[in-house]
Design a protein around this ligand. Structure first.
Ligand code: 13P
Ligand code: SF4
Length: 310
């Protein structure tokens, strides 16, 4: 729309004037992805945040991502369009409960998925994202017992892939939990040659029938490299924006969600709290800003830096 085009213009101008960089996740609405300086998966976004020379980072994603950017850049201003953009995984894992949980396993190392609060990262030996998780788990000696949280689906997948007996926290992503196996199977009747590609936050029954499992960037690369021309994509539907641009001639079908779920279109309600208007507002007012207790920030940095060096 004309209004969106004007907002986009204002954002681009202000961004330049204030030496700000706009980082966006693949789950952001297309209009946001289109004006971002960089669009990527969780790992790439934290790598970008670690190396930027901009004075202000506007993070169009969810809170734990912006918080990670702040931990990596304590001296920079990290702005978010909406402070309420949380994540069901982060919300499932409160520091007091996680502390009690890990205390029950004194000989275990703690690996946490980056989708958690800074307080949880301070209790972790290593952090991982979906694209480096296997490598991170395998960086420990084979006989090292490990706790993994907060995603039980990614955890179960990692246990299977690495052959390790991981102790799992009971959290899940509301978006990936909601894919409907029966509807996906129905889709195969219409598209018998389709390949199902799935994010490892999906439950085991979906992963079992997937021909490729990987992070958002992994899935994007896969549709480019694989010869098939039809893919059913089991992750947040906004990934189809960049994916379709990369493979305009291929058929991409978002995996259907269960009908009784509020987000039947497989959208992350948290990610979709962000808008061009909110990005513009936060750039003008330089708020809401991510603020962190310096002690928490320093402690949380250790397992993140270790991850980036592996
Ligand atoms: P990745 O982009 O690392 O695959 O993460 C997916 C996700 O759910 C982020 O919230
Ligand atoms: Fe969290 Fe799932 Fe939304 Fe990603 S898609 S931010 S894991 S709720």
């Amino acid at each position: 729309s004309k209004q969106n085009a004007q907002l986009a213009d204002h954002i681009l101008r202000l961004k330049k004037k204030k030496n700000a960089i706009l980082l966006a996740h693949y789950y952001q609405e297309p209009a946001i992805q289109d004006i971002a300086d960089f669009v990527g998966d969780s790992l790439e976004l934290s790598q970008k945040a670690a190396e930027t020379s901009a004075e202000i980072i506007i993070f169009a994603g969810v809170y734990f991502m912006a918080e990670t950017a702040k931990i990596l850049n304590p001296e920079k201003k990290v702005l978010v369009p909406d402070l309420e953009a949380s994540c069901s995984l982060a919300e499932s894992c409160k520091p007091e409960d996680f502390k009690k949980f890990i205390n029950r396993y004194p000989y275990h190392k703690v690996v946490t998925y980056i989708n958690c609060d800074a307080s949880i990262k301070t209790m972790s030996d290593l952090v991982c994202t979906s694209s480096n998780a296997k490598k991170i788990i395998n960086s420990f000696p084979e006989d090292q017992p490990i706790i993994f949280g907060p995603d039980k689906n990614l955890g179960a997948y990692l246990a299977k892939e690495t052959g390790r007996d991981l102790v799992l926290w009971n959290g899940a992503c509301i978006v990936h939990e909601a894919f409907a196996l029966d509807k996906i199977i129905d889709l195969f009747k219409t598209y018998p040659h389709a390949r199902l590609i799935a994010h490892p936050e999906s439950p085991a029954q979906i992963l079992e029938i997937a021909s490729y499992i990987g992070s958002t960037s992994g899935m994007l690369n896969h549709v480019k490299e694989n010869d098939s021309d039809t893919f059913i994509v089991a992750t947040e539907a906004a990934i189809l924006h960049k994916m379709q641009q990369e493979v305009p001639h291929k058929i991409l079908i978002p995996a259907p969600a269960m009908a009784d779920n509020s987000c039947a279109c497989s959208e992350c309600a948290f990610m979709k709290l962000n808008s061009l208007q909110k990005i513009y507002n936060c750039l003008v007012k330089e708020t809401p800003e991510v603020t962190l207790n310096p002690e928490t920030s320093e402690k949380a940095l250790i397992p993140i830096q270790k991850m980036l060096s592996i």
